[in-house]
Design a protein around this ligand. Structure first.
Ligand code: TXA
Ligand code: MG
Length: 360
């Protein structure tokens, strides 16, 4: 007989299957009522799955931190389902923020502004600013509306794990910790939203994402990048977004990124993997369609084609999780400096690697 030493068996989350094109309104109403009343529900967005609680309820924020195992000084993004719902949350709304949200909302953009008294400090991790996002996903939007309009949601992973890009990832991390999971299938983008801070004179990118520097510049003119996200290592400046300071997205195996001419990178990865094989260990490899044939040994995961950066972004977190499941001790990845999302992709990969890069 199986013995369970962890005390009473915990209840598993209820999983609701929803079709993004036409989500069942009755199920959304039920999930919304649950969140409004203080419950936690994970839901899909176009970027990654979020772990939602009522943003205006300090107790819900505490439950979110507990479920994720996240430090409570790491603020949450408030999700809205209509652009004008931002006004009660903030004390200013500059022209530049208006222009940017008009262009990119609903979409993978989070903006930061000084918060109003309506927003509890529990939600903002004690900060006087608030992060707001209007996601482009009908399941998310329905849930937000039926929850009362304001849903605080970090990515729906345990703290330190890669963000979830499908409901199965949420189940892996949070199944016995939250009441509901809204399963809307795999996400479209696969990397978290671009965060732009408007609480200073010039807008600052605190986290790169699908909406890149060029797209932002086109609308804003002047925009800076937080120096804390460009560098890694001991002397690097502190990122302004608290969440960007932690070693996030960390696979269990030790990940190293190789940079340089593609032929040199392939040769060096082959050599490293061979060395591990000689020592009786299987190493992992993250490569692209174009280099798949270059690796005869190791556990090889192909992230997609170099010509399709959307595919690369969408597959990244799933691959990091796959390595966790297989338990390889060392992982070597090629670099993916693609034209649009390259900064975002490499930012996540370098963080997952804890800054370990070999230049070939
Ligand atoms: O795409 C996304 O943004 C996803 C989906 C679920 O919407 N959400 C997400 O949330 O990535 P989370 O909590 O995993 O990341 C939010 C980031 C953290 O790095 C946090 O420190 C930062 O936003 N943040 C939130 N509020 C902030 C504020 N007031 N000032 C500076 N950084 C803030
Ligand atoms: Mg996160």
């Amino acid at each position: 007989m199986e013995t369970d030493c962890s005390g009473p068996r915990k209840e598993k989350s209820r999983v609701l299957q929803l079709d993004e094109a036409c989500p069942d309104q009755e199920l959304l109403r039920e999930a919304g009522a649950y969140v409004k009343g203080g419950g936690l529900a994970a839901f899909p967005t176009e970027t990654v799955y979020g772990l939602g609680g009522n943003a205006l309820d300090p107790e819900a924020a505490k439950k979110i931190y507990a479920a994720k195992g996240r430090p409570s000084d790491n603020p949450l993004i408030i999700h809205i389902a209509s652009a004008e719902d931002i006004f009660p949350l903030v004390t200013e709304f500059p022209e530049s923020a208006r222009k940017l949200t008009e262009k990119f909302w609903p979409g993978p953009l989070t903006i930061i502004l000084p918060k109003s008294d309506l927003v509890p400090y529990e939600t903002t991790g004690g900060l006087d600013t608030v992060a707001v996002r209007f996601p482009d996903n009908r399941i998310a939007q329905g849930l937000i509306r039926f929850s009362g309009g304001y849903v605080a949601a970090p990515s729906a992973n345990r703290s330190g794990r890669p963000s979830p890009t499908c409901a199965e990832h949420v189940r892996e991390d949070l199944e016995d910790k939250i009441g509901m999971i809204l399963d809307g299938g795999p996400v479209r983008i696969g990397l978290e939203s671009t965060i732009v801070d408007f609480s200073e004179d010039i807008p600052v990118i605190l986290r790169p994402g699908y909406i890149g520097m060029d797209m932002l510049k086109e609308v804003l003119g002047e925009v800076r990048t937080d120096p804390g996200i460009l560098k890694t290592g001991k002397d690097a400046p502190r990122p302004k977004a608290p969440g960007m300071r932690y070693r996030h997205y960390a696979p269990r195996g030790e990940l190293t990124i190789l940079e340089g001419e593609q032929e040199d990178v392939r040769r060096e990865i082959r050599r490293l993997v061979r060395e591990h094989a000689e020592a009786g260990e299987t190493a992992g490899i993250i490569c692209c369609n174009e280099s798949r044939e270059a690796y005869p040994q190791g556990e090889v995961h192909c992230i997609g084609s170099r010509d399709d950066e959307n595919e690369i972004a969408r597959n990244l977190y799933g691959i990091l999780r796959a390595f966790d499941a297989s338990g390889v001790g060392r992982i070597y990845s090629e670099s993916f400096f693609t034209p649009g999302m390259g900064q975002a992709i490499m930012n996540r990969l370098i963080k997952a690697a804890g800054g370990r890069i070999i230049r070939c």
